[in-house]
Design a protein around this ligand. Structure first.
Ligand code: ZN
Length: 237
């Protein structure tokens, strides 16, 4: 069992699964979230609910859960409009990236998280970034985060490790990972209480809450369908 970790926890499916992963692998786990003017700020309301549900359903994890931190990074919104922070239609840009891409977001998140971790003596940062099934965000790439790990270590003269347990798996496998870590109760928490929809829609579907049409919802919906089909096949085998 490793000692301590700080999890970048947004209240979504991926970071909830990462939080469970950290609780299964570390003796002490703290969480950090960011307020940056996101359109789907409803995810900030989901964070304490998910944490409370984890405490309730998993007493062994409750004993490991430490402080939850929420930091203001409103500077992101003032740096320019994106479909993630402003009321503009989601689409592709000339750069080939979707306009939900917020330049520098994960770099700022990890830098802020590392600064907090430094003060708390925590050396492991955990994030739900994924290169397999993602929207093409360059700050979710493994190479970006490996480079950032080196930069943070040099810049703070402290050896940090960035763990990304979802980096090479798709959304269906993320559902399966939740099942392996916490069984049906954890899958239920992911479906009922986490938030992923870019538009902040909280409509309840079989696969979770959201509009069902935005890129984040589509990924999650397809992932759940894949997970469910594989699960049904396993059960009938
Ligand atoms: Zn949506």
């Amino acid at each position: 069992m490793r000692e301590r970790a700080l999890v970048l926890f947004s209240g979504g499916q991926d970071s909830t699964t990462c939080l469970a992963w950290a609780l299964a692998n570390f003796a002490r786990v703290e969480t950090i979230g960011f307020r940056y003017g996101q359109r789907h700020a409803v995810e900030l309301d989901c964070r304490p609910v998910v944490i409370a549900e984890l405490r309730k359903r998993f007493p062994a994890w409750a004993r490991k859960l430490g402080d939850d931190h929420v930091l203001d990074l409103d500077v992101i919104r003032s740096l320019g409009a994106t479909a993630m922070t402003h009321d503009v239609a989601i689409g592709m840009t000339e750069s080939g990236l979707p306009n939900t891409f917020v330049p520098g977001r994960n770099l700022l998140f990890f830098t802020a998280a590392a600064a907090l971790a430094y003060r708390k003596g925590v050396r492991v940062l955990v994030g739900g970034m994924c290169e397999t099934d993602f929207s093409g965000y360059p700050d979710c790439r493994d190479d970006t985060l490996k480079a950032l790990q080196v930069a943070l270590g040099l810049g703070m003269d402290r050896r940090f490790t960035i763990e990304t347990p979802l980096m090479w798996i798709d959304k269906a496998a993320t559902f399966k990972m939740a099942e392996e870590l916490g069984g049906q109760p954890l899958v239920d928490i992911v479906i009922e209480h986490t938030h992923t929809c870019y538009l902040g829609n909280r409509e309840r579907n079989e696969w979770g809450r959201g509009c069902g049409e935005c890129p984040a919802c589509k990924l999650r919906k397809d992932g759940y369908a894949g997970y469910n089909a594989a699960r049904a096949a396993r059960r009938s085998a």
